[in-house]
Design a protein around this ligand. Structure first.
Ligand code: PLP
Length: 369
C-alpha cells in the first residue's frame, strides 16, 4: 500500500511512539494533583509547553493545549465572537470546513457580520480588498485566513496580512494546521494574534493540538474550568501532549532536509505527469506548499470513480480534505476557485517517508485509469 494522503494525517514517527510508550509505562498522575505523581506529570506537560513555545519563539504562557485543530478553531472563534467589541469577521471561502462552520455558527449566535473575501483561480486573496474592508469597518474586525490551504497548498503571507491588520487595529487568526511542524513558524514579531497546531499532521498522535494566543489578547474559553490557566477545562492528555512536543522537535531538527526532499518530489512528480500524460493541469499555486500537489483531471463519465480505483489498487489519495473525501460532492475549495465543473481533483500529499518509486507507481496507475 502506498499512502499519499499526508495532508489528511500522517503516520506516527516510531521515535515518538517509543517516547510515548515509555511515559505511559512510568506515569499516571493527574497533573492537577499536588502529590508526587501529579507533580511528575505536571512537569511533563510544562516541559512540552516550553519546548513548543521555544520552537515558535513565543512565551510558554501563550500556548494552550487542546484536542486538535478543530477545538482550537472553535475556542478562538467562539471566544472572540462572544465579545461585544468584535463586529465583523473577514475570512475566505477556501478555509477549512471547521473554520467556516465555526464562523457561521458563532456569527449567527452573536450577530456578527461576515465578509467573505474573493479568491483568484489559484486560491489567493487580494490584500487590497482586505485593506479596503478593514478601512471601512466601523467596529473591531477579526481576520481569519489560513496560512496554507490543506487541499491546494496555496500559501498566505502572514507577514503582509499581519501588517495590514495591525494598521487597522484588527485581530488576526491564522489556521496554521498545515504549516505547523512543516515550516519554522516564528510568531515573535507579533502576528498572527492567534494560531493553531495539530500533532497528527506532523507524525504525532491524533486528538491533540495547541493554540497560540498572543499575550496581549484574551479569549473567552469554550470549556469553563481551571486547567490550562482557565482556558481549557479537563484533565490534560499528558502522553499525547508530550508526544506532540517530541514530534515537533523531531520535525524541526530534520526540517531543512525534509523541505528540500519535498521540493524534489514535487518537481519530479509534476514533470513526470507532464511528460507521460495528456490534459492534466494543477489546482492552486504550484509555488505553494512543497508537500502538496493537487492534480486537475478533466471530468468525463469514465472517471467518476477515480479515487476508488486508486484505493482498490492500494494507492491512497484524496479528493480534498479528509472530511469530504468519502463524499461524492465536489470540494468547496475547488468550487471556490471555479474549477469544480470541469475538473476532478486528486490531492497528493507527501511525508518524509515517500519515495520517487511511490510516485512512479502513482503515475503508472494514473495513466492506466
Ligand atoms: N485546519 C486545517 C487547515 C486542517 O487541514 C485540519 C485537518 O484536516 C484542521 C483544521 C482540523 O484539525 P484536526 O483534525 O486536528 O481537528
Amino acid at each position: 500500500m502506498i499512502y499519499l494522503d499526508n495532508a489528511a494525517t500522517t503516520q506516527m514517527d516510531t521515535d515518538v511512539i517509543s517516547f510515548m510508550h515509555e511515559l505511559m509505562q512510568k506515569h499516571y498522575g493527574n497533573p492537577s494533583s499536588i502529590h508526587a505523581a501529579g507533580r511528575q506529570t505536571r512537569v511533563i506537560v510544562e516541559e512540552a509547553r516550553t519546548k513548543i513555545s521555544s520552537l515558535l519563539n513565543v512565551s510558554p504562557a501563550e500556548i494552550f493545549f487542546t484536542s486538535g485543530g478543530t477545538e482550537g478553531i472553535y475556542t478562538i472563534i467562539s471566544g472572540l465572537l462572544s465579545k461585544p467589541e468584535i463586529t465583523k469577521v473577514i475570512t475566505s471561502p477556501t478555509e477549512h470546513s471547521a473554520m467556516l462552520n465555526a464562523i457561521n455558527q458563532y456569527a449567527k449566535l452573536y450577530n456578527v457580520e461576515v465578509k467573505m473575501l474573493s479568491v483568484d483561480k489559484e486560491g489567493s486573496i487580494d490584500i487590497n480588498e482586505l485593506s479596503a474592508e478593514l478601512e471601512n469597518c466601523k467596529g473591531k474586525a477579526l481576520v481569519s485566513l489560513m496560512h496554507a490551504n490543506n487541499e491546494i497548498g496555496t500559501l498566505l503571507s502572514i507577514k503582509k496580512v499581519g501588517e495590514v491588520c495591525k494598521k487597522y487595529n484588527a485581530l488576526f487568526f491564522s489556521d496554521t494546521v498545515q504549516t505547523m511542524g512543516k515550516f519554522k513558524n516564528d510568531f515573535s514579531d507579533d502576528y498572527p494574534d492567534f494560531a493553531i497546531g495539530s500533532a497528527h499532521k506532523f507524525h504525532g498522535p491524533k486528538g491533540v493540538g495547541f493554540m497560540y494566543i498572543n499575550g496581549n489578547n484574551k479569549v473567552n474559553p469554550l470549556f469553563i474550568g481551571s486547567q490550562e490557566r482557565n482556558m481549557r477545562s479537563g484533565t490534560e492528555n499528558i502522553f499525547s501532549i508530550a508526544a506532540m512536543a517530541k514530534a515537533m522537535e523531531i520535525a524541526y531538527e530534520g526540517m531543512d532536509s525534509t523541505i528540500e526532499k519535498f521540493y524534489e518530489l514535487k518537481s519530479y512528480l509534476i514533470s513526470k505527469i507532464d511528460k507521460e500524460t495528456k490534459g492534466i493541469s494543477y489546482h492552486g499555486d504550484v509555488n505553494g506548499l512543497p508537500n502538496i500537489v493537487n492534480i486537475a483531471v478533466p471530468k468525463t463519465s469514465n472517471n467518476e470513480m477515480l479515487l476508488m480505483k486508486f484505493d482498490i489498487a492500494g494507492i491512497m489519495v484524496s479528493g480534498g480534505s479528509a472530511c469530504s473525501s468519502g463524499a461524492l460532492k465536489d470540494s468547496h475549495v475547488i468550487e471556490a476557485i471555479g474549477k469544480a465543473n470541469e475538473f476532478r481533483a486528486i490531492r497528493i500529499a507527501f511525508s518524509k517517508y515517500i519515495t520517487k518509486d511511490d510516485l512512479d507507481k502513482f503515475v503508472d496507475l494514473l495513466k492506466t485509469i
